[in-house]
Design a binder for this molecule. Structure first.
Ligand SMILES: Cc1ncc(COP(=O)(O)O)c(C=O)c1O
Length: 388
């Protein structure tokens, strides 16, 4: 057995199950889950049709590099979405089976934001690296405090994970922050893994979140040196079960990663590839999906923010809300009394410098249909008034 396995913490949803194990949720109220970031809008028909049509390819082993048509569709989409002039599908794009497995297998030695998507930590630990946590605090508008990282840590860093739009805070990185990180990456020779799994969930059609490749492009960083972006269809196209995403950026890194993946054995099924091509080539279902989230955030978020201090997120589908007292205690009582589940923030943060930046927060995922979210928010608001 890999000795590093002993360092892994239980996944936050395991901890949530343990927290709720002895709780009987109020039987008068149908349970509503706002704890898991799983999209619950329906998967578009065009994906399902393409998936069925693509099933004839199941008779052959797929290649790790992926079907040229899929690499082409991803590259074209990235160029359209981020205004990139050049992106070579043959050398700068790689299909992956959702961004999670790719984010995981990419790790070497690692700096991670805090709170954070838990895969970054597991990847670092199992690679034998020591994660260094960079807090995102309300005082700094939830920008990760990169400037607090000592030079000695940057000097040892091989990989930096950046999440924008961020899970859980919903914050989007700005151009000046990217510039700062690119300069650090050049100076200390490390790689930036930009997790952009939420890039297509935003609220203003006229203002899509700035992407890492676009930030590099704007700075004239031709070839995207030291940068790899991770994207996914899971949230964009409501297809978390499809397991489809991409890695794109620095051709030398994409090449090395492809070599690794050839041994790892993570080639995409042709049926999944066919559905993915259909999804990347269509923007209409993505706009319709965004409209559903925009409606929920416009109509429901203000009620939550009125009782639990929370910023309206720049993007993604979470509210990162301050709660009175202990966050796990709040989540357990909310579940018991109102049958609504949310994720305690301390479960997705780590204590550094004597504080866990997730402590005292809960993550509320507005993923369910509008009426269900509205009902959950009503219960959450009345509960918060009672305990606040
Ligand atoms: C920040 C972040 N990155 C990556 C993922 C993984 O998504 P997928 O593997 O479905 O692409 C998630 C899933 O919730 C996430 O929250």
């Amino acid at each position: 057995m890999n000795p590093h396995l002993a360092q892994l913490r239980p996944y936050p949803f395991e901890r949530l199950r343990a927290l709720f194990a002895s709780v009987v949720p109020n039987p008068q109220k149908p349970p509503i889950s706002l704890s898991i970031g799983e999209p619950r809008h329906p998967t578009p028909r065009l994906l399902l049709d393409a998936l069925a049509a693509g099933a004839k390819g199941l008779a052959n082993y797929p290649t790790t590099a992926g079907a040229p048509a899929l690499r082409e569709a991803i590259a074209e989409w990235l160029k359209r979405r981020h205004g990139l002039i050049s992106l070579d599908p043959a050398t700068q794009v790689l299909p992956v089976l959702g961004s999670r497995e790719a984010l995981f297998s990419f790790a070497q030695a690692v700096v991670v934001p805090n709170p954070f998507y838990q895969i970054y930590e597991g990847a670092a630990l199992l690679a034998g690296a020591t994660p260094y946590y960079v807090n995102s605090l309300v005082a700094g508008d939830f920008a990760p405090r990169w400037a607090d990282v000592p030079d000695a840590v940057w000097a040892r860093t091989q990989l930096l994970y950046v999440c924008s739009p961020d899970n859980p805070t919903g914050r989007v990185m700005r151009q000046d922050e990217w510039r700062y990180l690119f300069e650090l990456a050049d100076r200390h020779d490390f790689v930036i893994a930009a997790d952009e799994c939420y890039s297509e969930i935003y609220f203003d059609e006229a203002a899509p979140p700035l992407g890492a490749l676009a930030a590099a492009h704007a700075l004239g960083r031709n070839g995207y040196p030291r940068l790899v972006s991770f994207g996914s269809l899971s949230k964009r196209s409501n297809a978390p079960g499809l397991r489809s995403g991409y890695v794109s950026g620095d051709a030398a890194l994409v090449k090395a990663f492809l070599l690794y993946r050839t041994y790892h054995g993570s080639a995409m099924s042709p049926a999944v590839a066919a559905a993915s091509i259909a999804a990347w080539n269509d923007e209409e279902h993505v706009r319709a999906n965004r409209a559903l989230y925009a409606q929920k955030f416009t109509k429901l978020a203000p009620a939550v923010c009125a009782v639990l201090p929370a910023h309206a997120p720049d993007a993604a589908f979470y509210l990162w809300a301050r709660v009175p007292g202990d966050d796990a205690d709040f989540a357990r009582r909310l579940y018991a009394e109102e049958a609504v589940s949310v994720l305690p923030g301390s479960y997705i943060g780590r204590e550094t410098g004597g504080r866990n930046p997730g402590q005292g927060y809960v993550r509320i995922a507005l993923v369910a249909a509008f009426d269900e979210c509205a009902e959950a928010v009503e219960r959450l608001v009345s509960f918060s008034r009672r305990v606040g």
